[in-house]
Design a protein around this ligand. Structure first.
Ligand SMILES: [Zn+2]
Length: 295
């Protein structure tokens, strides 16, 4: 092969690669439409309570773009912080940006240890009462890209503490109170949960009147990863009726928490650790990005 021909071959190869990459992105865009199930119902005023519910599939102009659904969901779930998105970046209102996909293929353990935003959004959270016992490593919400949460809620214990507020917990049923972040209006969302739990019949209240902790800056037991409790966005309910995979490492799924309670938390943007293969049925955390539709 002559020197000139070699260059021509390389050139054609690059053109083919670019073309096949574009096709792949387009196909992904179409299949992602099927996942478009959830809608954020109320988002009219800055501090109105946001409700989340199952909804029908909607299509929009934005679907035609190559912006990943995960990025669209993040933008929709954190409107106070995210200014805009493009095919692979999220731009914060403070002028900083975050890459969505680092382009690396990872095993599940690598995703847990060293995720990007794409890994964090890679598993779909099954909203509502009809969920199946989670498959191996099906842990939607358990993969967290820490820099994102640090950006929103604070990057150290003292910074997170600045935003913590105390709210009365189920005031019609107990004299308890809990601390939670006021960033992103999580306190208002949790108060809405508390008001609904307060209306439950007596036999269901025992699961939630006694709580087992909200803010605690710490790593998850046996790991270097920060717990969601570090950011003041999580709450553990009564451990007397809870099950946790670390207490029985055979990973045999168990749950005693009634799903009426789970549905209330989900309605206000909290996901439940009981829908994880690594189940943690006392645990709820505010993760609206896993409960909204991308459009
Ligand atoms: Zn927890």
């Amino acid at each position: 092969m002559t020197f000139k021909n070699k260059h021509l071959v390389i050139f054609l190869l690059i053109i083919t690669l670019i073309f096949s990459f574009e096709c792949k992105n387009n196909t992904q865009g179409k299949s992602n439409l099927d996942q478009n199930k959830y809608e954020l119902k109320e988002q009219t005023q800055e501090h109105s309570i946001k409700e989340f519910s199952k909804d029908t599939i909607k299509k929009s102009e934005e679907n035609k773009s190559n912006i990943p659904d995960g990025l669209k969901k993040l933008k929709k779930a954190y409107p106070d912080f995210i200014d805009s998105i493009d095919n692979n970046n999220l731009y914060f209102k403070d002028g900083t940006k975050m890459i969505y996909d680092d382009g690396r293929k990872k095993t599940f353990d690598e995703m847990l240890e060293d995720p990007d935003l794409e890994d964090m959004m890679s598993q779909e959270y099954p909203m509502g009462k009809d969920y199946e016992i989670p498959d191996v490593n099906e842990d939607p919400g358990r993969i967290r890209y820490e820099p994102f949460f640090m950006k929103i809620y604070g990057s150290s214990a003292s910074e997170v503490k600045k935003y913590l507020v105390t709210i009365k917990w189920m005031p019609k049923s107990t004299n308890a109170s809990v601390t939670i972040t006021s960033r992103n209006s999580v306190d208002i969302q949790l108060k809405a949960v508390s008001d609904e739990l307060d209306k439950l019949p007596q036999n269901l209240k025992k699961y939630v009147t006694k709580t087992a902790g909200t803010f605690y800056w710490r790593n998850i037991a046996g790991t270097e990863r920060l717990s969601a409790h570090s950011f003041g966005i999580a709450i553990d309910i009564n451990t007397d009726y809870s099950d946790y995979w670390q207490w029985d490492k055979t990973l045999t799924y168990k749950n005693r928490i009634p799903l009426e309670i789970v549905e209330i938390f989900e309605r206000y943007g909290f996901i439940w650790g009981g829908k994880w293969y690594h189940y943690d049925t006392m645990h709820f955390e505010y993760r609206p990005e896993l409960l909204v539709s991308p459009n």
